[in-house]
Write a protein that binds this ligand. Structure first.
Ligand code: 13P
Ligand code: SF4
Length: 341
């Protein structure tokens, strides 16, 4: 309290913030992109919205000097890897919990585990889900491997198998196992007690805690309550959930699928709350009794976005993404192999 005034009185409200953000956007050479999981208020301010692959592609081609990426750390890093001259800033450098489950050192340790189990390093073809740090992507690039996203994982694995090598899939065990199952391949998770030599796809033991919330009990509940309901899931969900789903796809693929359904069609969706809630209010259910919000995606607020723009205007450049040239070079190779396919 200052002289009878509450400090919050000096803050801009949401509408004022939106006006100021628009003004700064018009003044500066900047684009804003947002992932589907962002809060509505942030999402609404973006010039381009999409899944992780679409955002990386769009942002790398955009001609503005500055890019503000509303999403999680690996997404901003992907743009910097693809387009090193672009100045990429993030309102919050919020790190995806799954991406944080593996770093370069853990990656090396897991390759060593496979070598100990009798699989030579040169017989391993690593693939990293785009939800990983630049360091991990660089390690994968150095070993001849590539990146995939949830929308192209099957295509990338199919191509990678032409090498005749064992696939080491990091960090998401669920995506790796789901793709293996869909392709009729044998998979295992490192440390699950099985011999990795018996598997075509060997998965690192990482996962998304948000997508672990969805269970087959919830599917049984909705199927009984609403016969004819469609179950839609992101491939970061558990294998048993994806097995029972009517449709499995990336965020963009889920949006497309749902938009194609008649409004009276009941749908229960297993992915992040902000996206589902924005998509369709009628006859739509979240396939979980707890609200599946991604804590890190939700860290970014309208105020953060405003402050980031202000930091460009004032030449402070808060939260600018930087990557060492050696890491960038190898992570670019891993990402580019995906784009070439
Ligand atoms: P998409 O690539 O499908 O947008 O997914 C990113 C993500 O983090 C899902 O949890
Ligand atoms: Fe990462 Fe999961 Fe959040 Fe996606 S939903 S950004 S995988 S923690």
């Amino acid at each position: 309290m200052i002289d009878g005034l509450d400090v919050k009185d000096f803050k801009l409200d949401k509408n004022e913030l939106k006006i100021e953000i628009e003004k700064l956007k018009n003044e500066l050479d900047v684009s804003i992109v947002a992932h589907y999981y962002q809060k509505d208020e942030v999402f609404d301010m973006a010039d381009f919205k999409g899944d992780s692959l679409e955002l990386a592609r769009w942002a790398a081609k955009d001609e503005k000097e500055f890019l503000i990426f509303c999403g999680v750390g690996f997404m901003g890093q992907s743009v910097k890897i693809l387009s090193p001259k672009k100045r990429v800033l993030m309102p919050k450098i919020a790190c995806c919990a799954m991406a944080r489950m593996i770093d370069g050192e853990y990656y090396d340790t897991n390759v060593a585990i496979l070598e100990k189990a009798g699989i030579k390093k040169e017989d391993i073809m690593p693939i990293t889900y785009i939800n990983s740090s630049a360091d991990v992507k660089a390690k994968v690039g150095q070993m001849g491997g590539m990146v995939c996203t949830s929308s192209n994982a099957k295509m990338i694995i199919t191509k990678a198998r032409e090498s005749g090598k064992k696939i080491l899939f990091v960090p998401d065990r669920c995506l790796g196992q789901n793709i293996a199952k869909g392709m009729g391949l044998q998979s295992c998770v490192i440390g699950d007690g099985s011999d990795p030599k018996d598997s075509d796809i060997i998965c690192y033991n990482g996962f998304c805690s948000v997508h672990q919330l969805f269970d087959t009990d919830d599917i049984a509940f909705y199927r009984e309550k609403f016969p004819g309901i469609l179950i839609v899931a992101h491939p970061e969900c558990k294998v048993e959930v994806c097995d029972q789903a009517d449709f499995v796809g990336s965020t963009s693929q889920i949006i497309k699928f749902i938009k194609e359904q008649p409004l009276e069609q009941k749908i229960a969706v297993a992915t992040e709350f902000n996206m589902v809630n924005r998509l369709r209010k009628e006859n739509t259910y979240i396939l979980s009794s707890s609200k599946p919000e991604c804590p890190t995606m939700n860290e970014t607020t309208l105020e953060d976005l405003y402050n980031t723009l202000l930091s460009i205007k004032e030449k402070r450049f808060d939260n600018e993404i930087t990557i060492s040239e050696d890491v960038r070079k190898w992570s670019y190779i891993a990402l580019n192999r995906m784009f070439e396919i």
